[in-house]
Design a protein around this ligand. Structure first.
Ligand code: PMP
Length: 383
């Protein structure tokens, strides 16, 4: 066995998964083997588990500025997105609009429904005027991601919600009965952005614990009026009958703790991530001047950066960097199995070759300037 210790890998793939924060882990600990009864049972132990879930629901609701009954716990963002789209469209009928830069867990359910795509500009931003032209009297749901998991671009949800209010007023005036709702996949948002539903203007919103230093296997769908949804998971009738299945108490507690921690740490993390972003861009400009940022919107979460490395094969770069102990992604890790270029990048107008020459770098709380310098140096070696 070699006695020479390898340096720890530089992990720059936090948008795919974060570690669980120690404080979150401590909060979860009692619920594995001390308080383990089924929250739906009738015993005293079950009562303790049920109160724990309801306390977590109140805490999650508070972070969203919602009422507890508006929170439906799910296994994560994929399930929440499926429930939002399939559940609302089954109940409301009509037509669906989704942005061209959604995560697959929105796009794939949309493909099973009547839908159209809302384009984005070369900066990765949805333009509200273009959306306006796509809304018809049959449109009942619009789904727009908040912070992009591939580019970090933040979509103008409040502005979109303003347009939706206008459309609703116009429909009432003309006696058109169909509702129009806004859903947003905000799985990547809580670390850097406020997620109060009334400020964003969302009627439905997806959150996930595993992107915010919480456990995998937990998340929620916020829904302003649960009567808009029909269940997609049938069984014991948990979660207002909208999501049957025994509640995973430790994960739910961990999710609530992670969301509170995200809000508490948001200002300092924003500052740290912004400084890291600026350092990365300056370092690249000095050492790899032809590398450029895809979707160069000013409205962005600084910890998720999509880089075009001209002439490179992104997948080969990821593997070569991995061998040097630098862990990055091509597009989104969840779609990494597919051969097709990222639909998010081609939606910005990148060619297939450019999209395939892209790396995604995402920072976390443990990332240092030195980590970024090691990445830039290694990139120079492997190109
Ligand atoms: N939406 C977004 C924006 C994401 O980044 C992810 C995870 N990559 C998901 C949905 C899916 O999350 P999960 O795998 O936790 O269900």
């Amino acid at each position: 066995m070699s006695t020479v210790s390898q340096p720890k890998p530089v992990y720059l793939d936090y948008a795919a998964a974060t570690p669980v924060d120690g404080r979150v882990l401590s909060a979860m600990r009692p619920y594995w083997s001390d308080i383990y009864a089924n929250p739906s049972a009738l015993t005293a132990s079950a009562g303790a588990a049920r109160r724990t879930v309801e306390d977590a629901r109140r805490r999650v609701a508070r972070q969203i500025g919602a009422k507890p009954y508006q929170i439906i716990f799910t296994s994560g963002a994929t399930e929440a997105n499926n429930l939002a789209l399939k559940g609302a469209m089954a109940k409301l009928g009509g037509h669906l609009l989704v942005s061209a830069v959604e995560h697959e867990s929105v796009l794939e359910p949309a493909r099973q429904l009547k839908h159209d795509l809302i384009p984005v500009n070369k900066y990765g931003e949805l333009e509200v005027e273009r959306l306006k032209k796509l809304i018809g009297d049959r449109t009942s749901l619009i789904s727009v991601i908040h912070v992009s998991n591939e580019t970090g671009v933040i979509q103008p949800l409040a502005e979109i919600a303003g347009l939706i209010r206008e459309v609703r007023r116009d429909r009432i005036g003309r006696g058109v009965k169909r509702p129009l709702l806004l859903h947003s996949d905000a799985a990547q948002s809580p670390l850097t952005n406020d997620i109060k539903a009334h400020r964003l203007g969302t009627d439905l919103m997806t959150l996930s614990a595993q992107k915010i230093y919480g456990p995998k296997g937990a998340g929620c769908l916020y829904v302003r009026d649960p009567r808009w949804l029909s269940p997609q998971m049938h069984g014991g009738g948990q979660e207002l009958g909208l999501r049957s299945g025994t509640e995973p108490v430790p994960q739910i507690v961990g999710f609530a703790a992670a969301l509170e921690l995200a809000a508490l740490k948001r200002p300092s993390r924003q500052k740290k991530f912004q400084a890291l972003y600026e350092h990365l861009i300056a370092r690249l400009a000095a050492k790899q001047p032809d590398v450029r940022v895809n979707a160069p919107s000013r409205h962005r979460a600084p910890h998720i950066v999509s880089l075009l490395v001209p002439g490179a094969d992104g997948e080969a770069l990821v593997m070569a960097l991995d061998q040097r102990g630098i862990e990055v992604a091509t597009g989104s890790a969840c779609a990494a199995a597919g051969d097709a270029p990222s639909h998010v990048l081609t939606a910005l107008g990148l060619t297939r070759t450019e999209a395939a020459a892209t790396l995604r770098i995402s920072f976390g709380t443990a990332t240092t300037v030195r980590d970024l310098d090691r990445f830039v140096a290694a990139l120079g070696e492997v190109r």
